[in-house]
Design a protein around this ligand. Structure first.
Ligand code: XLS
Ligand code: NI
Ligand code: NI
Length: 437
């Protein structure tokens, strides 16, 4: 039964179309830098925002009806969400989905009941996947919503809560593997603290790593070949979260010997909450060989929280696609961890939001290609370090000099000339020229 009646398959109609439900820039077949757009941009639907979130906020109830004709909290409703999700992805040409355990089924008091529900729904999802080219990008366990996780999951002060988290991770891994998921995410929703007065930071970090090692051991034992991801976020809901940003998460991963199995899932709005640009965290992940997947969304520069808006900022998508291409692409995908604004509550808005997000990334890709092909930015960046290409600079990078030798060199040299200009404004003008010229 069709759920989104009246909404046809979204087609690429080109930049001039006036049709709200059409792609202006995302043309899956278009070849960019030797690869189809659809290969550069492995888009994914986020089960939670798209099929579950109704627009509730601290001050008001939901505005969107996501019942899809069934009663909330029932397995009929869980199935209706599967139906809606698959119709939605097929109409948009989206090839992947991401989920938390409790996005799929209502959670029961008894975990055995929840797990049986997860078995049932994953059978249904598998059935739906057959005959389509839709795949699972990643799964995860929601270890932040239920009150038992008030102090985190791996970081909880309660051993029983730690056990319960382990049980959820085990089942979420089972379901991810069953659905052929490429990755498994740990977003440390409440892995953090409110005050040091009651917190043993070292103990909590050790325990989070213990949970992750247990997950890796179990995942590999059931044949999970994909990547585990940490999704960094500095705050919200906790005042201070341990996976603050890419650099912090990489330090944690290396410190605890998790680097063979873990990469990062970088979310735009989390990077900006940490005081970085999205592209900064992408670069940090990439240079450490840990750029896995991304959660595509954007924040609001005037608001200090995770607003999870659909990406609209083409400068950011351009700079991020540059980072992604320069890193050799994503092993994961581009998950729209984004929600429509509360007053955009219609089915049409759900589609329009994905059209916006997908077109924004398509534009980013098209622009990144222009910048790469033009070559001036890259050349200028290389030239900026040219003093290390030969002479003393080269000896430094080759590790051939001692501190004494450098000191002697400096004494002989006298005052060094100022480093060459950064040419920032010239480079920014080149970007504008390539984007709008
Ligand atoms: C919340 C996170 C969350 C993760 C998955 O801020 O972005 O949605 O992506 O648990
Ligand atoms: Ni996210
Ligand atoms: Ni987020």
């Amino acid at each position: 039964m069709e759920i989104f009646k009246g909404i046809k398959k979204i087609a690429y109609e080109g930049a001039q179309t006036k049709n709200a439900l059409a792609f202006r820039f995302y043309d899956p077949e278009r070849v960019v830098l030797g690869k189809k757009m659809s290969e550069h941009l492995p888009f994914a639907m986020a089960w939670w925002h798209n099929l579950c979130a109704e627009g509730t906020d601290m001050f008001g109830r939901g505005t969107a009806d996501k019942s899809f004709g069934e009663k909330y909290g029932t397995m009929e409703h869980a199935r209706a969400k599967v139906d809606a999700g698959f119709e939605f992805m097929q109409k948009l040409g989206i090839k992947y989905f991401c989920f938390h355990d409790v996005d799929l089924v209502p959670e029961a008091d008894d975990i055995k009941v929840t797990n049986a529900r997860l078995d049932e729904i994953s059978d249904y999802i598998l059935e739906k996947m057959k005959g389509t080219d839709i795949k699972c990008l990643w799964g995860t366990a929601n270890m932040f919503g239920n009150p038992r996780y008030m102090n985190g999951a791996g970081s909880s002060n309660s051993a029983d809560v730690f056990c319960f988290a382990a049980a959820q991770v085990k089942k979420a891994l089972d379901i991810t593997v069953k659905l052929g998921g490429k990755g498994y995410v740990f977003w440390g929703g409440r892995e953090g603290y409110e005050t040091l007065l009651n917190t043993d930071v070292k103990f909590e970090l050790d325990n989070i790593a213990r949970l992750m090692h247990l997950a890796v051991d179990y995942g590999r034992s059931i044949g999970f070949k994909g990547d585990f991801y940490i999704e960094p976020k500095p705050k919200e809901p906790m005042k201070h979260q341990y996976d603050f940003d890419a650099a912090t998460a990489i330090g944690f991963i290396k410190n605890y010997g998790l680097d063979k199995d873990f990469k990062l899932n970088i979310e735009a709005n989390h990077a900006t909450l940490a005081g970085h640009t999205f592209e900064h965290d992408l670069r940090i992940a990439a240079i450490n060989g840990m750029l896995g997947s991304i959660d595509a969304n954007q924040g609001d520069p005037h608001l200090g929280w995770d607003t999870d808006e659909f990406p609209f900022d083409v400068y950011t998508s351009t700079m991020s696609m540059l980072e992604i291409i320069n890193a050799g692409g994503l092993t994961g995908g581009i998950n729209f961890d984004a929600k429509t604004r509360r007053p955009s509550y219609t089915y049409e808005d759900m589609f329009a939001a994905y059209v916006l997000g997908m077109d924004t990334f398509a534009l980013g890709l098209i622009n990144a290609e222009k910048i790469i092909k033009d070559g001036r930015i890259e050349l200028s960046r290389k030239q900026r370090y040219s003093s290390f290409a030969d002479g003393i600079g080269r000896q430094i990078t080759e590790g051939k000099v001692t501190l004494e030798q450098l000191s002697a060199y400096a004494e002989k040299m006298g005052r060094p000339a100022l480093p060459g200009s950064g040419r920032q404004e010239q480079l920014q003008e080149i970007v504008n020229q390539l984007l709008f010229g």
